[in-house]
Design a protein around this ligand. Sequence first.
Ligand SMILES: Cc1cc2nc3c(=O)[nH]c(=O)nc-3n(C[C@H](O)[C@H](O)[C@H](O)COP(=O)(O)OP(=O)(O)OC[C@H]3O[C@@H](n4cnc5c(N)ncnc54)[C@H](O)[C@@H]3O)c2cc1C
Length: 403
Amino acid sequence: MPTHFDIIIHGGGLAGNSLALALAKTSLQIGVVEPYPPSNKQRHLLESRTIALSHGARRIYEGIGVWLELAPFCTPIQHIHVSDKGRFGMTRIHAAEQHMPALGYVLQIAEVNRVLCEKLQHYSNIHYLSPAKITNANLINEKWQLEIESNNGASYTCDLLVAADGGQSPLRQMAGLTAEEKDYQQTAIVTSVQLTRSHENIAYERFIDDGPIALLPIKEDICAVVVTVANKALAKWQAMTDVEFLRTLQHQFGYRLGRFIAMGSRTTYPLKLVQTSQQVSPQFVLVGNAAHVLHPIAAQSFNLSLRDIAVLAELIINSIKNEKSIINPALLEEYAKQRTADQHRTVKFTDGLIEFFANPVFAVPRNIAMTGLDMVPPLKTLLGKYGAGTLGKLSRLARGIGV
Ligand SMILES: Cc1cc2nc3c(=O)[nH]c(=O)nc-3n(C[C@H](O)[C@H](O)[C@H](O)COP(=O)(O)OP(=O)(O)OC[C@H]3O[C@@H](n4cnc5c(N)ncnc54)[C@H](O)[C@@H]3O)c2cc1C
């Protein structure tokens, strides 16, 4: 194990591991510092958190060269059905209409991370330091001096330091970069349900008085469930026994998916928008949740992060090809410049959806809009491309091409 690395990534979650893999075929020595050792333990489908990856995310993983390994764990979303309980508005989006193999893919987060970690092990230039975490970082003479809490007590240096250590990012705080939070006063209750019939690869979003309910297809008869409730209604939902919860969910969602017969455990996530006005500083960059956390209503957060990672990896690789140093400030300046528009657009889109879809004041215009959307194919195509993350100028990796 070297003691000096070209790049150290703090955090081996989806973002950190994806970036490490995107750079794995270079000659760079890369360290991934992660407090929790990777787990090989398989979790029951009813008990694991899932993520919806867009068509654009698939392309990036194809470019990175790991999609084939992820594919067996994916459930494709062929149709999206959006409706409002007790009102007329409804819209449907179909993959075939959008000329896509699928509108998105549902995966267990633990499976994605296991596949990424296994793939990283094939590269001798990737070093996993785990369990370990950075406790102090100082940039001295263009070199990061890192204090790392680990079993071997060794200290390390690196040229470029990447914070991929989640929404609370300890490294972001150590680097003195600030984050602004907007509390939505909402909480996501995440669970899964078993159905009496197949979900037929349809993802549902249904708006009820307490907020939106999303059901995402996992395996043949299981759906991941995200119930987003206003905090003032949370106590009511939390006080329910599993039987009461399942019954309430069934009543609010209806019988489009048949009967709900069992459910997994419930986990809650308070919902916030976290934004950082500065994501780069000399030889330092934030990625993933460390850079931005979005409301899950439009399943955009990690998909956006993956587009960031694709651009960052491409700029680093181009810099090496052009025999330029990766600590050249122009590299991270260019990264920030290229990513601003997409990040702003995605935050605005997600934030706007919450106002429009989660606020009862907009119930009537929302229903008119949903009906209108259902009848105007070009608008649906635009929305489909938006969700797929394939709008605007795309990096090579985002076009599924290796770099
Ligand atoms: C209910 C819900 C549903 C969602 N659904 C979707 C969806 O469908 N599609 C989508 O794109 N996004 C979705 N998201 C967002 C998505 O889950 C996140 O964007 C993604 O998991 C963030 O990955 P990350 O690697 O940046 O952060 P994390 O997953 O938080 O990983 C951070 C890593 O850093 C490590 N770490 C933490 N502290 C330290 C420390 N002190 N030192 C070192 N390492 C540390 C952690 O152990 C972890 O491995 C959803 C989010 C929620 C809450």
